[in-house]
Design a protein around this ligand. Sequence first.
Ligand code: GLY
Length: 378
Amino acid sequence: MIPTPQDPPSSTVQVPLGDRSYDIVIASGLIQNAAQQIHTAIPDLSHALVITDAAVDDPWGTQICENLRSASQKAAVNQKSVPSGEPSKSISEFESLLTWMLEEGGDRRSVVIAIGGGVIGDLAGYAAASFTRGIRFVQIPTTLLAMVDSSVGGKTGINLPGAKNMVGAFWQPNLVLIDTDVLSTLPDRSFLSGLAEVIKYGVIDDPDFFSWLETNAHSLVSRDSDALRQAIQVSCECKARVVGEDERETSGRRAILNYGHTFAHAIEATAGYGKLLHGEAVAIGMQMAVRLAINIGLTDKTLLERQTELIQACRLPTHLPEADPSAMLPVMMRDKKVAHGKLRFILPSCLGEVALVGGIDENAVIEAIQSTRQPAAG
Ligand code: GLY
């Protein structure tokens, strides 16, 4: 497509996976143009199974369905909306999606289009991975968290009672469409929560990006469209690189994306359901990880100071007064990343460098959790 002078700036990031490579397109106003983008990536589109988060049916789901119907008169377009929230990542919701896909005449050539946050992307992606042993799918994430993390990289799945993401498949989308305009209607807390994953990429892989975030935190918090597009682009580039190197998390490289997450999952499980959003728990989890790295002599206070300031500039929490190691440790031991009963953490040695560290003394972990009860000393 030849850009016209009126076209807003657009970025394309490729996820390099051989013949399963795909593009992530990031721009403002992309949803108005979704059908064209989808047809370019999937020229033989004949049946779209559009699965939307009930919270974004109006306007995004409706607009995309109308756009698809008017752009492709020969393609059938069916839509189903799924209730918002983590409980939808269940076996019963998964079953009802598959039944609906069959009832709508779905077959191997049908294409799933997932519109929503991480819950819908994971659920609809797993339905796409399973239906007739795998059909094509497109991710249209509508939260910042999904844009920079869950919609990219092919992790799909659902929860079992008490066990998050325990069932699923690696199933890559054929296209990811990120419209930054969607972010303007997100509630503040949900939007800011996504910034925690953006900061994560700076710490694990890119010191220049971390410095850019320090300079541009104010523009990001005020949802400046160009700053957001750049931050999403660099985050997706980092994720695409890591996924390209270790798609199925076998070499350990992909595990770096879990920086702060072993702590965060335990915080989410023990702080009380719904008290903290995922990104808020990740922000505190990253603080615990740096403190643990300091406790075992892997890094010094400089990183803690810079990370604390950036998290605060993004209006995210840096400490948790009720952090309770005796409740968190058992949850961490059940984490999928635990190998043979030994706790392992992604820990930074300096900005841009992290490693998977095992064999850590439990007391150092307890101390890291406890020290996050108070704000970091400036
Ligand atoms: N969110 C971690 C990963 O995609 O591997």
